[in-house]
Design a binder for this molecule. Structure first.
Ligand code: MG
Length: 227
């Protein structure tokens, strides 16, 4: 019982900071997206194509979580207004306090999007609210078509599910119907967007979803009206 209480209090403390993060983002009119997936599902590759596509209309910042290295941050460094690497050491997920520190280094009033690339992991990140507005779960074709059913806690919290690397469908004999079928039992709210960052197929649907979500939130009506 003691261990259970400890876990609960850690999560409670996290949620308080997450709420503060969200308030701060709302006040500045910034939409925060938490990208979660297994390692190697294509979170960074997605950002490499997403950031330049949004850049003419929206300024973005990226917070990148990894246990070690600044490799992912370096890949997107020149593509966003600000890129911050957060090394979690042994931590299998980002927490709200780490994101709070990351947000402190940003000029939030100059931004429209903050993308948070979580640590590659299909279990731990699902339990931690970071103060984001939307949760996007990536599932790459090489991981197999059975993962939504195997890791339901992650897919349950998704606002959108991205099926990535679909240029490999034919080679892997991938059954997208199986993913759809699993999601129909786990999460009927999140759209399933099939895309390939490598070929660009489906990227237009993803970008339209982002733009729609951004515009649908009237953070600052007085400035939105003039946009
Ligand atoms: Mg990455």
């Amino acid at each position: 019982m003691k261990e259970i209480r400890v876990v609960e209090s850690v999560l409670k403390a996290n949620d308080v900071i997450a709420r503060d993060n969200r308030t701060r983002l709302n006040d500045a009119g910034v939409l925060a997206i938490n990208l979660m997936s297994a390692p190697g599902s294509g979170k960074t590759a997605l950002l490499e194509k997403t950031l330049p596509a949004l850049a003419p209309d929206y300024a973005s910042a990226v917070l990148v979580g990894d246990l070690q290295t600044t490799r992912d941050a370096e890949r997107v460094r020149h593509l966003a207004k600000s890129v911050t690497q957060i090394n979690t050491g042994r931590g299998c997920h980002l927490d709200a306090a780490q994101v709070e520190t990351g947000l402190s280094g940003l000029e939030l009033n100059e931004l429209s999007f903050v993308f948070i690339e979580n640590v590659g992991n299909m279990v731990c990140p699902a339990a931690y609210d970071l103060g984001e507005h939307l949760r996007v779960i990536l599932l790459s074709t090489p991981e197999g078509d059975d993962k939504a059913a195997k890791y339901p806690t992650l897919f349950q919290i998704a606002d959108a599910v991205l099926l990535t690397k679909i240029d490999l469908y034919d080679r892997l004999d991938y059954k997208v119907e199986r993913v759809r079928d699993d999601l129909s039992r786990i999460n009927t709210r999140a759209p399933l967007i099939e895309l390939s960052a490598a070929t660009g197929v489906g990227m237009d649907i993803w970008l339209r979803w982002l733009r729609t979500e951004r515009e649908a939130r009237r953070f600052r009506p007085e400035t939105q009206l003039g946009d």
